[in-house]
Structure formats: structure tokens, C-alpha cells
Ligand binder design. Structure first.
Ligand SMILES: [Cu+2]
Length: 125
């Protein structure tokens, strides 16, 4: 095999490897799961239903120290709740619930990792 051709093939293989690594790491970029709080022992000020490919309501406002519970109820479709800053991250689930206590004031954007168009925000003030 001519040397130039072999170099081109080696380069192509290297490029494909880099692309694969980027694609694979993109799939596993979800931050580590943060354990759910026990909804029965905290002050749940807002309940958000995860259904029909949406968070409802998508925007809630609570006070510092209060909690939000997400209730997953979308048949067999699995969703999760992933804070943009990684401060709350649920498992992927079709049924069940996830509760997070917000101790700091601020605006917390979150989404669903398999469905980038599912977005919500929790405002703590
Ligand atoms: Cu989703």
C-alpha cells in the first residue's frame, strides 16, 4: 500500500475514533443522580406532573427550605429531572416520584435528558 494512502487511512481511523468518543461521552453526560428527599418529612410546596412529554406546571415559585415533588405519570415513557447545575438529578423513570429540597434562593433550570424540549424552572425566593 502506498505510504500516502496508508497515512490517509490512519487519519480517517483517528477521526472516527475521536467522533465516537465525543458521541459516546455526549450520551453519558448526565450528572450523577442526587437521592430523592422523603416527601413525607419535608415541606412540599409544589407538585409537578411529568406527563404527555411535559413538566406541568413548567414554572413554579417556592420559598427557601421548601421542596418540589415531581410525579412521573407518562405511561411507559421514561423521563428524568436534571438540574442545569447538577444540584438535583433523578433516575430515569416512567412511574414514581422525586422530591428535592431547595435551600438556596435562585432560579433553577432543569430538563429531561432523553427529551431536550422538556424544560422547566424552579424559582426560589
Ligand atoms: Cu422526558
Amino acid at each position: 500500500m502506498p505510504r500516502a494512502r496508508r497515512t490517509a487511512l490512519t487519519l480517517a481511523a483517528a477521526l472516527i475514533s475521536v467522533l465516537l468518543v465525543v458521541l459516546l461521552s455526549g450520551c453519558s453526560s448526565k450528572p450523577p443522580v442526587v437521592a430523592s428527599a422523603d416527601a413525607a418529612s419535608v415541606d412540599v410546596a409544589a407538585t409537578i406532573t411529568v406527563k404527555d412529554m411535559a413538566f406541568s406546571p413548567a414554572e413554579v415559585t417556592i420559598k427557601p427550605g421548601q421542596a418540589v415533588t415531581w410525579v412521573f405519570d407518562d405511561g411507559v415513557v421514561k423521563h428524568d429531572v436534571v438540574a442545569a447545575d447538577g444540584s438535583f438529578v433523578s433516575e430515569l423513570m416512567a412511574q414514581g416520584s422525586y422530591t428535592h429540597v431547595f435551600t438556596e434562593a435562585g432560579s433553577f433550570d432543569y430538563g429531561c435528558s432523553p427529551h431536550p424540549r422538556m424544560l422547566g424552572v424552579v424559582t426560589v425566593e
